[in-house]
Design a binder for this molecule. Structure first.
Ligand SMILES: [Mn+2]
Length: 304
């Protein structure tokens, strides 16, 4: 049965190191996300945009930039995502910077506890996003969401889902990683996070990577994808604030999305860090929508 989709816009760059991800939701709409999904026979409701505090653009305090504002936005995201999941709908969070993954995934985890579902989180990103206030070089909280979800972070963020940690690190699979800070790397190893970095993808290929990342998913699994657009190679996706060269190509990204679609288990999605201020005629938004289309079953291959 086709899922009913709810779009939730979160127009903020409160956790980012450059301004402009606040325009991401509108760029995805302009790129046609609603008609593209409808074209696959999906029912789509655009819930509009959440609201929250403006970006005061201040320096970090105790290793966190804009902590109070980040908490406010994440509480709004948590509530909105959880509401859609409780209605039996498939929410797509239109970011917004990746700090909002805390509110989104804590809501998904809470829903899974309530519904007796197993959770699997795919974190598609150039970065591990596993910093803490003592490890971070910048204080930007969009570099910390995975650590916060695993219980490393300020109380106000780690407890948003009602349980600390919000998720067991074992449910996460990180894919496409190619930029990790030194201290962050240590914590990733200590936590035993399952990371398929670009070296792994280079050596083993995207197909083998995705087979492993999706292994043991069953009919009772809720699959959440947190898609940071900086996952993609900057040659094809320039419209993000934290580009890192050497990411997946167009074909590799398509295969990644198609193999996720093949599981039939995708139940929630974040599309994060798209920054129209850095984009070229909205091409990164159009690429993101193209890949989302594949996530929902468009096959670029000759398949029946
Ligand atoms: Mn990220």
């Amino acid at each position: 049965m086709n899922p009913s989709i709810s779009l939730i816009g979160a127009p903020t760059d409160i956790g980012a190191g450059s301004r402009g991800a606040s325009m991401g939701p509108e760029a995805l709409r302009v790129a046609g996300i609603v008609p593209v999904l409808q074209g696959h026979g999906l029912e789509v409701l655009d819930r509009g945009n959440l609201t929250g505090p403006a970006n005061p653009w201040l320096p970090p305090v105790n290793g966190y930039r804009h902590l109070d504002e980040v908490v406010a936005w994440n509480l709004a995201v948590h509530q909105a995502m959880h509401t859609e999941l409780a209605l039996g709908r498939l929410p797509i969070l239109l970011g917004g910077d990746h700090c909002l993954g805390i509110g989104s995934i804590s809501a998904v985890a809470r829903h899974c506890r309530e519904a007796g579902k197993k959770l699997r989180v795919l974190w598609l990103d150039a970065h591990a996003d596993f910093n803490t206030n003592t490890l971070t070089p910048s204080g930007n909280i969009h570099g910390m969401p995975v650590a916060c979800l695993c219980g490393h972070g300020p109380q106000a963020l780690i407890e948003i889902g009602g349980v600390v940690p919000a998720i067991n690190p074992k449910v996460i699979r990180q894919i496409g990683i190619r930029s990790v800070d030194a201290g962050e790397k240590r914590l990733v190893h200590e936590t035993d996070l399952e990371v398929f970095d670009m070296r792994y993808i280079d050596e083993m290929g995207m197909r083998h990577t995705m087979e492993l990342a999706l292994a043991t998913i069953d009919a009772n699994t809720h699959l959440h994808v947190s898609f940071d657009v900086d996952f993609l190679d900057p040659d094809i996706a320039p419209g993000v604030g934290t580009t890192v060269k050497g990411g997946p190509t167009y074909r590799e990204a398509q295969l990644c999305m198609e193999m996720i679609a093949d599981t039939g288990r995708l139940a929630s999605l974040d599309v994060m860090e798209l920054n129209p201020a850095l984009d070229v005629r909205n091409r990164t938004a159009e690429l993101a929508v193209d890949l989302i289309e594949s996530l929902f079953g468009k096959s670029t291959l000759m398949r029946k």
